[in-house]
Design a protein around this ligand. Structure first.
Ligand code: BES
Ligand code: MN
Ligand code: ZN
Length: 483
């Protein structure tokens, strides 16, 4: 889909659908919606609002099958003006594209939010670009009877010179973010039959847009990442350790490491998952996908921040060479782990990946992982879990998420959650059972960070929803790092 901003009146753009908007309760539309209303014989005020009683509730779309010059008008509800946010622009634009029928090739939209709402035109255009792209997303790689792209062009019309300039900038950024989110979704939606550590690593080399080093099994062993290796030892696919690096040309104002859980398939290992739980486990590299995709966006947006993307990629499989329940394995930092359950594998790989990240002497470490069913049970697909060793940093990231439209909810880190991780024969166990599992997993990870600011994000419930990847995490990371 082509997305662009034109410096024209919305009425002067040839399109199949014109998108205008209405805040809840408005009876006489002003701004561009008012202009369109006048141009089309007051059809919005007299018919849509008065007769059809369209109230402008958030996300509602009134589709006028007009008439004049074969154009259709979509009136979208913005909801209450006091509750309006940029992220809502993304959501409703996604809905608009999804609502477009087969015959719609070209859409022209008002720059939502930049009128009476008074939002910055740049962020408004960015949200429209991201929403249009999300609305058009499909994963049809393996479908023989491919449906054509519905909407081919999505135009944002803005005649005001200052807003137009800002909108162009926002649209450009939105397209970069959208391409990255799409990249993450494609990678996650693809099957574990094709995406295994080696292909994931190749993908990062070819698509991250930054310097990428891949370490093989021998090298991983030399680097002391024995806990990570244990998880992958039951698979026919060799584990790979991926390190992506972005360095700004000027002196970086800070250094960040993003660590993504990269289990390319989680069967549970010898503690095999039941069929229904295993079914979606190709998504267990969603954290890794979010990190690769973020690196790509960073490579294009070029912030003045040094960013490292780190993935310990392996497959968790049962076989004669698998790690076993009861095994005691060593980790990179020298702490021993008793394997209580081979299905709690993500944290074991992350233990070494976090230790590697800390050796880079970064200022902050973030990890993102489809880590616990417990988090998915608690929060569903509505919000991701978050915790960390720095209250302020966790709060700051939650705020960034709120601003950009990804939700995070803080999980408790009471030491009691760690009690169950005590082992008689090793420094700790890898699990203390399912109850309180999201916090216990967080406590486990925290033991592998010495003194660097660290934030852990659990996306088990949010990464893959209704049999489709969401690309969760990318937008928040980009917002946090680039602004
Ligand atoms: N990858 C799973 C967590 C998961 C569950 C992700 C559902 C997405 C959806 C993780 O490796 C896992 O299996 N965790 C176990 C831990 C348990 C054995 C303590 C779980 O949550 O059941
Ligand atoms: Mn597992
Ligand atoms: Zn897993």
């Amino acid at each position: 889909m082509l997305i662009k901003v034109v410096k024209k009146s919305i009425l002067d753009v040839k399109a199949d659908v014109i998108v205008v908007n209405l805040f809840e309760g408005v009876k006489h539309p002003g701004g561009v919606t008012g202009i369109v209303d006048n141009a089309f014989d007051n059809v919005i005020s007299n018919y849509v609002i008065k007769k059809e009683k369209f109230e402008g509730k958030f996300g509602a779309i009134y589709q006028l099958p007009l008439v004049k010059e074969g154009k259709k008008i979509f009136v979208v509800g913005l909801g209450k003006q006091a509750d309006f946010t940029p992220a809502k622009i993304r959501t409703l634009t996604e809905k608009v594209v999804k609502a477009c029928g087969k015959s719609v090739k070209k859409v022209v939209s008002i720059l939502h939010g930049a009128g009476v709402a008074g939002l910055d035109a740049e962020i408004c255009a960015q949200m429209i670009a991201e929403g249009a792209s999300a609305g058009a997303y499909k994963f049809d790689r393996y479908i023989s009877d491919k449906k054509e792209d519905k909407v081919e062009e999505f135009i944002i019309a803005e005649i005001d010179a200052t807003k137009f300039k800002k909108a162009e900038k926002g649209e450009e950024k939105g397209c970069i973010v959208a391409r990255s989110v799409t990249m993450a979704k494609d990678l996650i939606n693809d099957s574990a039959q094709y995406i295994y550590p080696e292909t994931l690593a190749n993908f990062a080399v070819e698509n991250s847009g930054v310097k990428t080093t891949v370490y093989n099994k021998e090298q991983i062993k030399e680097m002391g990442m024995t806990a990570f290796l244990a998880v992958g030892q039951g698979s026919v696919h060799e584990p790979k350790f991926i390190h992506m690096e972005y360095k700004p040309t000027r002196k970086a104002k800070k250094k960040i490491a993003l660590v993504g859980k990269g289990i390319t398939f989680d069967s549970g290992g010898l503690d095999l998952k039941p069929p229904a739980s295993m079914l979606t486990m190709k998504d267990d590299m969603s954290g890794a996908a979010a990190v690769i995709a973020t690196m790509k966006a960073i490579s294009e947006l070029k912030p003045n921040v040094e960013v490292h993307g780190i993935i310990a990629a392996c497959e968790n499989m049962p076989s004669g060479s698998s790690y076993k329940p009861g095994d005691v394995i060593m980790s990179k930092i020298g702490k021993s782990i008793e394997i209580d359950n081979t299905d709690a594998e993500g944290r074991v790989t992350l233990a070494d990946a976090l230790a590697y990240a800390e050796e880079l002497e970064v200022d902050e470490i973030f990890d993102i992982a489809t880590l616990t069913g417990a988090c998915a049970v608690a929060f569903g697909s509505v919000v991701s879990g978050i915790l960390g060793n720095d209250e302020d940093k966790v709060k700051e990231f939650i705020k960034v998420g709120d601003e950009i439209g990804e939700r995070f909810w803080q999980l408790p880190m009471y030491e009691e959650y760690g009690e169950k991780l005590k082992s008689n024969i090793a420094d700790m166990k890898n699990t203390g059972g399912r109850n309180g599992g999201a916090s216990a997993a967080g406590i486990f990870l925290s033991k592998f960070i010495k003194d660097t600011t660290w934030v852990h994000i659990d996306i088990a419930g949010t990464a893959y929803v209704d049999d489709m990847a969401t690309g969760v995490g990318v937008k928040s990371f980009v917002k946090y790092i680039v602004g």
